[in-house]
Every structure is written in C-alpha cells, then in structure tokens.
Design a protein around this ligand. Structure first.
Ligand code: AP5
Length: 214
C-alpha cells in the first residue's frame, strides 16, 4: 500500500508516518527529513536547500523529486508513506510517474484537516530525538520517561531552526498557495480521505487505521 499524508506544517504528518512505519513496516518517505539530512551533510543539495528552508519556502521540484526517486526502491512490499511530498502539482505528477515505473500506484491520499491557529502552538512546542528523530511535544506528546526518547533511550533532543512563528506563517502560506491546490488532482481519482487532525495523536491514528483497513 502506498499513501500520501497531506496537511499544513504541524498537522501531524511526521508523527503519523513514523507510527505507521513502526506498526506496519511501511517506509516513511519524508522529503523534509531528507533535505535536513542533506543540509547537515553539507552536500550540494543541502547547500542549495538550506536558505530556502530557513525562509519557509519550497525547494525546487526537481531536487525533491530526485530525492524521492533515489529512495523509492528501498520501499519494500509493505509500501511507502509519503510525508511532505508531493507539495506541488509537478511533484504529484512526478510521483505518479516514479510509482508507475515500478509497477506501483497510490492507494490513498489522507488529508489531515486542522485549524491553522492551533498549529503555531504545536510547532513551537515540538522537539525531536537527536539520535533517532522521534518527534515529541512539550504539552501534547511528551516522552513516557522524562528526558528519555521512547524509541532509542537517548537523552539528547533538538528543535528545528524553521520552527519559529515568522517562518511557520510563511510555510503555511506556501501550503495554501501551492499544496492545497493539488487536492482536486487526487479527488478526481477518488483517492482522497479526510481525517480530523485536531483530535489526539491516538484518535488520529485510529482514523487512519480505519481507512487503511477498510
Ligand atoms: P517538512 O519537514 O515536511 O515540514 P512541514 O510540512 O512544514 O511539516 P512539519 O514537519 O512541520 O509538520 P508535521 O505535519 O510533520 O507535524 P508533526 O508530526 O511534526 O518540510 C520542511 C521544509 O523542507 C519546507 O518548509 C520546505 O522548505 C522543505 N521541503 C520539504 N518537503 C518539500 C517538498 N516536497 N517540496 C519542496 N520543499 C520541501 O507534528 C507537529 C507537532 O505537533 C509535534 O510536536 C507533534 O508531537 C505534535 N502533534 C502531532 N499530532 C498531534 C495531535 N494530533 N495533537 C496534538 N499534538 C500533535
């Protein structure tokens, strides 16, 4: 099964994708994570992406589509969760092509419906494990044991440089202008399912599971 998780910054895409990967053996394909990795390594892609990401704007379609293409073969028979990709019509068309070349297709596009005002609070409280990347929140999603990652036990946590209010507002504007308009492309094919992204992490997970098991 191959699915896209769609929603604005802070909607919970990464949280749900990581859970699906852990529970169903699907592979999480996060272009945000891939780009942050490239920035950390100082690779040519990272050097090009760094300032664009810091400004809250979108990296070029060619770069992110190439990143997904390189990793797609790693998605085994349990399928992939596309998290933060596609973000433009061009990327949506590129994804269709990349999947078709491998004899695959999309099963669902799951839109996380959220209220934008609540997202700034979500993003401002977000932190993640410096070792394994597991995502947490100061109020909504704390590690079970204080200061220890649930998944790998590390006690080192980090916050993203683009998680400040000004950049978050810019990222949201980019979502509204460039990403939301791709929904009709998928609606025409009957792929879109909607979940209430304002519910708790567990309730959102249950809604997604109900779709995948239907
Ligand atoms: P990316 O890393 O994809 O960021 P984003 O889309 O802005 O999404 P976020 O990671 O901020 O949010 P999320 O929906 O994953 O929420 P999360 O689960 O963490 O992209 C970053 C940048 O990279 C872009 O701005 C762009 O520059 C570039 N880029 C990436 N992909 C690109 C592409 N395809 N094309 C071009 N450029 C690209 O949750 C947020 C917080 O809320 C967490 O703390 C979490 O614990 C908490 N939380 C989650 N769910 C709930 C809930 N139900 N209730 C309460 N709290 C919750």
């Amino acid at each position: 099964m191959n699915i896209v998780l769609l929603g604005p910054p802070g909607a919970g895409k990464g949280t749900q994708a990581a859970r699906l990967q852990a529970q169903r053996g699907m592979i999480q394909m996060s272009t945000g994570d891939m780009l942050r990795e490239a920035v950390a390594q100082g690779s040519p892609v990272g050097l090009e992406a760094k300032a664009v990401m810091a400004a809250g704007e979108l990296v070029s379609d060619a770069i992110v589509s190439a990143l997904i293409g390189e990793r797609l073969d790693a998605a085994g028979s349990n399928g992939a969760i596309f998290d933060g990709f596609p973000r433009t019509r061009e990327q949506a068309e590129a994804l269709d092509l990349l999947l078709a070349e491998r004899g695959r297709s999309l099963d669902y596009v799951i839109e996380l419906e959220v209220e934008e005002d609540a997202l700034v609070e979500r993003i401002a409280g977000r932190f993640s494990c410096a070792r394994c990347g597991a995502s947490y929140h100061d109020r909504f999603n704390l590690p079970r044991q204080q200061d220890l990652c649930d998944l790998c036990g590390s006690s080192e946590f980090v916050r993203r440089p683009d998680d400040n209010e000004q950049t978050v507002r810019r990222r949201m504007a980019e979502y509204r202008a460039k990403t939301e308009p791709i929904l009709p492309y998928y609606e025409e094919r009957g792929l879109v399912r909607r979940v209430d992204g304002m519910a708790s992490v567990e309730q959102v997970a249950a809604q997604i599971d109900a779709i995948l098991d239907s």
